[in-house]
Design a protein around this ligand. Sequence first.
Ligand code: 9MR
Length: 351
Amino acid sequence: MFEKSDESIIQPAKAATLIAAAVIGVTLSGCAAGEDLNKIAGKAGIDFGTAVQAGDAYDPKTRDYIGKTFTMLVPENAMKWENIHPTKAFWNWSDMDAIVALAEEKGLDLRGHTFLWHQQNPPYVNALKGREEAVELLTEQINSVMTRYKGKIREYDVANEVLADNGRMRDTLWLRTIGPDYLDIAFRAARSADPDALLFLNDYSNEYAGTAKGDAFYRLAKELKERGVPLDGVGLQLHLMAEYGLNADALARNVARFRELGLKVAFTEVDVRIKLPVTPEKEEAQGKIFTELLRMAKTESGAGTYMLWGWRDSRSWIPGTFPGYGSAHPVDAKGKEKAFFGEFAKILKER
Ligand code: 9MR
């Protein structure tokens, strides 16, 4: 499944081990020159992670790959309201518990994702009308999840995608039922549920300084901070397109200004979609973006957290959402690491 696509990076000394591993049916992966990628990332002092699906936690091969490759996990869907609390009376803890157990067994950190969102809410949440009942339900949701996973989940995307694409507050059920202070209420509830957890505001198309949404997101984070809302960090999702490349300068300026506010920055959902068909040139452009982002996350003034939104094309959200696009992740549909995957270890080892 997860073999290297570029065999040339395997050193001769490693060959015997690889042959032995093949003989006993083990697939070595997520490692370069004998050292697992998650160890290399750990030494580099960076969170190198991925979104995982519930099924990943139940599959021994995938568990093994994840444990060797990443230092941090985030549930792609398992903590979303409609999955974890689908009816008012029923909590579906099993998938999230399995992901937490996987992280514990492999010694990985966890991000939680997410409480406040305009999508993936169950019908009883979408039916909310009054402020009081909305505050009560939102507080209960935050409290229940964060209490259960206290000390096990390091940080949370408390709120997700609260800005519309024009930079205004998105018209959501939370804005309509609770009003403009719904973020204050959610972040305060989160702080009180688990005072040690780091609390993030997460969004997409917010990565560049000098764009309408990027600047609006900055202003929102600044306002929250200035009025004492317990916000610890911001998430830049970074769902990018290979054809547009990366504006590293605008991203660096953005990261710097959040850090000046005393906020942490995390690259939370990195993927780089390709307009099909895939060509070597497009894949090279894609690789440049993935690797440049890792380099930027790794510098002392950088984000420090680099999360892939899934590592493999075979389980990708992209084709369903962006018809005509695909191949957005570092491992291809056949389970082969793309050529640039080998660069991750090299970058993490750079001083
Ligand atoms: O990748 C997720 C996909 O499996 C779900 O069907 C989808 C539901 O809306 O959400 C996707 O994840 C989103 C994330 O939670 C927030 N940022 C955008 C991601 C891609 O849509």
